[in-house]
Design a protein around this ligand. Structure first.
Ligand code: PMP
Length: 317
């Protein structure tokens, strides 16, 4: 390790030989960065934004979060995301001790404080450590919002050539097993299992079916298919109806493209020509491969990628 550098958890790797200052932000561990995080009403130094190990949110997944993108210094669809955070919290039985406007302001405050032009905002709310057990009625509700620079979720190469998806052995659960329309942290256990399963075999991401065996979504994004100029996408009846999903559907309608929301069976993938993912982080990203099925990165996908890009950067607003 070079003198004056901060020790890394992965110190044995080559990164440990570089002074901390020389490393790009993207490789720094998330608990050891400069800047501030909005935490329970005020901006605190990044490294001080901690919680107790006996927090209910950590043990029992009584935690909800959002994922937002900053383009040219502005958070895209901020209030829609904040409202979804409140909806997710209510689905888990708690109310945030703030107004939607206050959380909007908190998100804007961290973006401004860190001078982020293109990045990702993470608001999160969780139950505190007043009670340790399944019951959590008397816990305090904590809220935080952090932001970091994040140019692209998938690599540039993957975005141009199309993603390779593995079909996950894990399924999206039935809506009577969990609040499946929310960004409740517990639901992401299935996404992490699926993503790791795919990455361990060299894929970019995983496609999950639902509990009935129908096509559902990727681990952090919704899915669309194209056949004969028509968009097909699963009905979001047991997974998140993404803000990007709805945005891209509006953009497609503007282009006069027909959209069919319906139950899609896995074997239908043999007949689709194009496929793409939509999500705040993923934006619009083409897919080249899902298990044994192949897709081309075609014109409709490329047009929607461009439309979305223009919209989020304010050009098409
Ligand atoms: N599904 C899952 C599981 C996700 O995590 C996300 C990302 N929030 C999406 C879909 C897409 O949602 P959005 O377009 O609102 O980001």
């Amino acid at each position: 390790m070079v003198l004056g550098s901060t020790p890394f958890p992965w110190d044995k790797g080559f990164l440990g030989f570089y002074p901390r200052k020389m490393l790009p932000m993207s490789v720094l561990p998330f608990d050891d960065r400069d800047g501030v995080i909005w935490y329970d009403g005020s901006l605190v130094p990044w490294r001080d934004a901690k919680l107790h190990v006996l927090s209910h949110g950590l043990h029992y997944a009584s935690c909800v979060f959002e994922g937002e993108r900053v383009y040219n210094g502005k958070i895209f669809k901020l209030t829609e995301h904040t409202e979804r955070l409140f909806t997710s919290a209510r689905a888990l039985g708690f109310d945030l001790p703030y107004s939607v406007a206050e959380i909007d302001d908190a998100c804007r405050a961290v973006v401004e404080a860190l001078e982020i032009t293109d990045g990702y905002v993470r608001p999160v709310a969780w139950r505190g450590s007043e009670m340790m057990g399944v019951a959590a009625q008397e816990t305090a509700i904590h809220v935080a919002a952090a932001v970091w620079p994040w140019p692209s979720y998938f690599s540039k190469e993957a975005r141009l050539k199309g993603l390779r998806l593995k079909i996950s052995p894990w399924a999206r659960p039935a809506p009577n097993t969990a609040p499946t329309q929310t960004k409740a942290a517990g639901l992401y256990m299935i996404c992490t299992l699926s993503k790791h399963d795919a990455e361990n075999e060299g894929y970019d991401d995983a496609l999950m079916f639902d509990w009935r065996g129908r096509i559902a979504e990727a681990t952090g994004a919704n899915i669309f298919f194209i056949r004969d100029g028509v968009l097909h996408t699963p009905v979001p009846d047991c997974f998140l109806d993404g803000i990007t999903r709805r945005t891209v559907m509006a953009l497609a309608r503007k282009r006069g493209i027909d959209i069919v929301e319906r139950a899609i069976q896995p074997e239908e993938m043999a007949e689709f020509e194009e496929a793409f993912l939509t999500g705040t982080a993923a934006e619009v990203t083409p897919i080249s491969e899902i298990g044994a099925f192949r897709f081309t990165v075609g014109e409709i996908t490329r047009n929607l990628m461009e439309d979305y890009d223009r919209l989020v950067r304010g050009e098409g607003a």
